[in-house]
Design a protein around this ligand. Structure first.
Ligand code: ZN
Ligand code: ZN
Length: 343
């Protein structure tokens, strides 16, 4: 089969590889669409300890089950050959403290498809049976491939809590920022400001319901404070992850409000700890999604509550490397690139 292999920083090569077969508790999925994730962009540059070359990345995908391992159907009775599915790429043990609490994304033995095992930038990929979800009746495969990033937005919304009638701020209008805005709208937030330096990305944020702020033109913190009688937003979300955006999220949130950190641009940065203390601000990390968030994402996509259209690009797998470069250098108004491995 053909596979797009990351071999060194900024180097992706199409290679011929043996077609994988299912272990007893696995299925083989013939990949229809596989999205490029922001975390893979830093991996591609070699900035990510999780990903070691040579590696087939790809963890946002949908396709058709073409092989079912002997005991796979026992582990997940919902699956069968020929079924159209998407896959939660975060493998978990099921028995550790976090798995028992439904927080499988924090499993102590977590294994990510496309990082710890071969991913979906290939014609075929294997996956543990319990991670496979059939697509709801009538859902196109290209929509199913968005379930994983949408689930990240659902998790952010869950951690934001009750935002009914509240003012929120989302910094960053990349895919996760766009999805977080929609999760907050779905949860009844009254106003959502979106801050983004790139005008094209900012326009996407405005088109899905955010109130656009370009930090080059306005003082984001000041605008949010003025809109809230000087208090600050109930919830602020950082979908970028620089020292600057993390600090803005703290400054723009009201006392006792919640700052959710999702963006991972910088590994560590200076935070205004005294302000967090004196204003009793809650700072929360948000990582990936629980299995419940993943199921909710599939439901929201099925009912059309969340979308990334019309900013989705479809491209042949062979052009994957070029799209990695483009997304790093000048993403513009592209919310998601879906690679197509089949001819
Ligand atoms: Zn992802
Ligand atoms: Zn576990």
């Amino acid at each position: 089969m053909k596979a797009l292999v990351w071999e060194a920083p900024r180097t992706m090569v199409m290679r011929e590889q043996a077609q994988p077969h299912a272990e007893a508790d696995e299925v083989v999925v013939k990949v229809a669409y596989a999205g490029i994730c922001g975390s893979e962009l830093s991996g591609y540059l070699g900035h990510n300890a999780l990903r070691v070359p040579p590696l087939v990345m790809g963890h946002e995908f949908a396709g058709e089950i073409v092989e079912v391992g002997e005991s796979a159907a026992q582990r997940n009775p919902a699956i069968a050959k020929g079924q159209l599915v998407t896959v939660n790429p975060l493998g978990y043990c099921g028995v550790c403290e976090f798995c028992k609490r439904g927080l499988n994304q924090l499993c102590v033995k977590r294994k990510l498809i496309g990082a710890h095992r071969p991913g979906a930038f290939a014609e075929y990929v294997t996956a543990p049976a319990e991670l496979v979800s059939p697509l709801p009746e009538g859902m196109p495969l290209r929509v199913g491939a968005l379930t994983e990033p949408v689930a990240c937005g659902v998790r952010i919304g869950e951690l934001a809590g009750d935002v009914q009638g509240e003012v929120c701020l989302v910094i960053g209008a990349g895919p996760i920022g766009l999805l977080a805005i929609q999760a907050l709208i779905h949860q009844g937030a009254a106003r959502i400001f979106v801050a983004e330096l790139d005008e094209e990305r900012l326009a996407m944020g405005a088109a899905i319901g955010g109130e656009a702020l370009n930090p080059k033109q306005v003082d984001v913190v000041q605008v949010v404070r003025e809109a809230t009688g000087g208090l600050g937003a109930a919830v602020t979300i950082d979908a970028v992850g620089t020292a600057k955006t993390r600090q803005q999220c703290v400054s723009a949130v009201r006392s006792t409000g919640t700052v959710i950190l999702s963006g991972l641009h910088e590994e560590s940065s200076v935070m205004p700890a005294a302000e967090i203390i004196r204003r009793e601000i809650v700072v929360r990390g948000s990582f990936a999604y629980s299995p419940a968030n993943f199921a909710e994402a599939l439901r929201l996509l099925a009912e059309g509550t969340i979308r990334l259209d019309p900013w989705i690009i479809e491209a042949p797998l062979a052009e994957g490397g070029q799209w990695f470069d483009r997304l790093i250098d000048a993403p513009g108004n592209v919310a998601k690139v879906l690679l197509i491995p089949q001819d």
